[in-house]
Design a protein around this ligand. Structure first.
Ligand code: ADP
Length: 595
């Protein structure tokens, strides 16, 4: 064991692979101690940081406690075995040749007194088998100490040890491979989780910038780029490349990638492009060569090409790159990449749908603003000429020398003008109550007074139709909070509609009640009623019922639109309950004045 300078480090987090690998190595170490007759055997593996980590120690609890998990730089070992005798796979450095300058960095040294014989084992003797892989790279060691008979091993024992060294070599490689694979699985899974989470975002650029680093880390990639296929199915969309490295793909390469992406998505597979490896079915030989040529120019050894898509639609591709030294992609990584292609594809599709909807909403909003502005402008422009016409009509009508026909014509003109004035006034009010720059200035408003006034004003029309107009309200004031004139308008519109759309002899009831922190104003009639379909459009500007009986009444279709906007800006709500032929109830709920 001697010759191992020690650096105690925290063990990597124990995991399943770690335990299984360690167990296999432990069994071999046990074999060496029990069957080859040694007091201690230790197996180490080479880690990425160039250090040997002791994974299994058998024979002595004391040695095990001291050694397990410790790390030694590989080059230190290499220096040591330069002085060694070669015994097949084993290297033996007798203590006489050890470098005394290393001093107290030495590892576990057994507390024994060597026998007084020429081939006696000395506590500082080093016997170790460096374990190489097929490529001749050092992957681990099997170190042996304390021969039970106290002697340096003879030929027979060396042969036995040689067999254990071979076995340990295989076990170390398997352990390392398993470990690397499980590492990849964890990395790729972590990347996938990040992609999943990012997929909740609704903007493609945000999704891509969120996942870039995770993908690079998760796939231990040198770089990546993502190309999305435009909605018209042809474009190349944007190419997002990894930080720092500006990837400029030629139009030709983008086209190659696009074709390959479609084929790969159809076949649900990823492709690897790497020199010396046949191209997969999604990439033609000619295209593959062009890609390789490009990779050479940017110093990349291989790429993992993943199609992105959702359902039958291919939406782009994700390319992960690696340099020459580390160019291989495992099947675990390929499977994870394909999964990510699905997750990312779905996210791109969602983002696209969202962007489209967002755009549509913006267009609709612009249209709505335009409409409001148009209404406001036109009604303003009409108001003054109408006032002038009305004035002149009044003057003319006052003239004494008018014939009967002229008088009739003037009366008709006045009716028409009055109607136009009403429409213009309604339009002006509609744009006023729909203007976000003109908010309600809230004050307590007694709805009881408003109801009384409105009922007074409407009673003439009601009497004319023999309609019974009743009020069901408390005697005392009922205070809502809002704008007096606007709430008056709400009440007036509802009551006049009820009278207008109720045939002679019917009944209209206006009710008022306080319900908690709300005030309820309702207007019920026994009139024409409104079909379920019409009820869905009642509050739209210019809507008039499809019912011919209702249409025969004069109206602009603006009254309820005004009511609903006023209620809305008072933070209230309005409900309708109606049945064709039976009657209607409009219910308005408004915030009550505090206290
Ligand atoms: P107008 O009465 O000027 O047509 P409104 O916006 O006030 O416009 O009403 C829209 C439509 O709703 C009316 O045309 C009418 O068909 C229907 N309506 C409104 N109130 C009632 C009611 N109380 N009974 C039946 N139909 C109604």
């Amino acid at each position: 064991m001697t010759g191992h300078p020690i650096e105690v480090q925290q063990r990597p987090a124990q995991s399943e692979w770690y335990d299984t690998s360690r167990e296999a190595l432990q069994t071999i170490a046990e074999g060496v101690t029990q069957l080859a007759g040694f007091g201690v055997a230790a197996i180490s593996v080479v880690r990425d940081d160039g250090k040997l980590e002791v994974m299994a120690v058998a024979g002595s609890d004391e040695a095990r406690e001291q050694l397990e998990g410790t790390r030694t730089p590989v080059d230190r070992l290499e220096q040591e075995i330069e002085k060694a005798d070669e015994w097949g796979l084993l290297r033996f450095v007798p203590h006489e040749r050890l470098d005394p300058s290393i001093g107290d960095t030495w590892g576990w040294v057994p507390d024994i007194t060597p026998l007084a014989e020429p081939d006696a084992w000395h506590p500082l003797d080093l016997l170790i088998a460096p374990l190489y892989d097929e490529k001749g790279e050092l992957r681990g060691t099997l170190a042996i100490d304390l021969p039970v008979d106290g002697k340096r091993p003879g030929t027979a024992r060396r042969q036995l040890l040689q067999r254990y060294a071979e076995q340990a070599g295989r076990a170390v490689i398997t352990a390392l491979e398993r470990e690397a694979l499980s590492h990849q699985v964890r990395l790729a899974e972590a990347a996938r989780q990040v992609v999943r989470r990012a997929s909740a975002q609704l903007r493609i650029d945000r999704i891509l910038s969120d996942i870039r680093d995770a993908l690079m880390r998760g796939f231990q990639a040198r770089g990546l780029w993502i190309q999305t296929i435009d909605e018209d199915g042809h474009g190349t969309g944007a190419v997002y490349s990894a930080d720092g490295v500006q990837v400029v793909l030629t139009g030709e390469l983008m086209r190659i990638a696009e074709t390959a992406a479609r084929r790969a998505w159809e076949g649900q597979r990823v492709e690897i492009v790497q020199r010396g490896r046949p191209f997969g079915p999604s990439i033609s030989g000619e295209d593959g060569e062009r890609i390789l040529g490009f990779l050479d120019t940017i110093g990349i050894g291989s790429l993992l090409f993943t199609p992105l898509g959702a359902g039958p639609e291919c939406l782009g591709n994700l390319v992960l790159t690696r340099t020459e030294e580390d160019a291989d992609w495992s099947s675990v990584e390929m499977a994870a990449a394909l999964d990510i292609g699905h997750d990312l594809g779905r996210a791109i599709l969602n983002a696209r749908t969202f962007e489209r909807e967002h755009q549509l909403v913006e267009e609709l909003q612009a249209l709505d603003t335009y409409k409001s502005q148009l209404i406001a402008t036109v009604s303003h422009e009409l108001k003054n000429p109408l006032t002038a016409i009305m004035g002149h009509l009044e003057m003319l009508e006052a003239s004494p020398d008018l014939t009967g026909t002229t008088r009739t014509s003037l009366a008709a003109m006045e009716r028409g003008t009055n109607r136009m004035v009403r429409v213009v006034e309604d339009l002006l009010l509609l744009s006023k109550v729909g203007d976000p720059d003109n908010p309600v200035i809230p004050a307590p408003v007694d709805l009881r007074r408003i109801v009384d006034d409105v009922v007074d004003l409407t009673s003439v029309a009601a009497e004319r139709k023999a309609i019974e107009l009743a009020v069901d309200a408390p005697r005392e004031p009922v205070l809502a909070i809002g704008d007096h004139d606007e709430l008056d308008r709400v009440c007036a519109n509802l009551v006049s509609n009820a009278v207008k759309y109720t045939p002679d002899g019917g009944q209209v009831t206006v009710a008022l009640a306080a319900c908690g922190d709300e005030i309820m104003l309702s207007c019920s009639d026994t009139g024409l009623g409104i079909s379920a379909e019409d009820q869905g459009h009642l509050f739209r500007e210019f809507f008039r019922s499809t019912n011919p009986d209702a249409r025969s009444q004069p109206g602009t279709g603006l009254g309820l639109a005004i009511v609903s906007r006023i209620v809305q800006r008072h933070r209230g709500r309005i409900e309708v309950e109606s049945e064709l032929g039976k009657g209607s109830t409009f219910r308005v709920l408004l915030p009550a004045a505090p206290g």
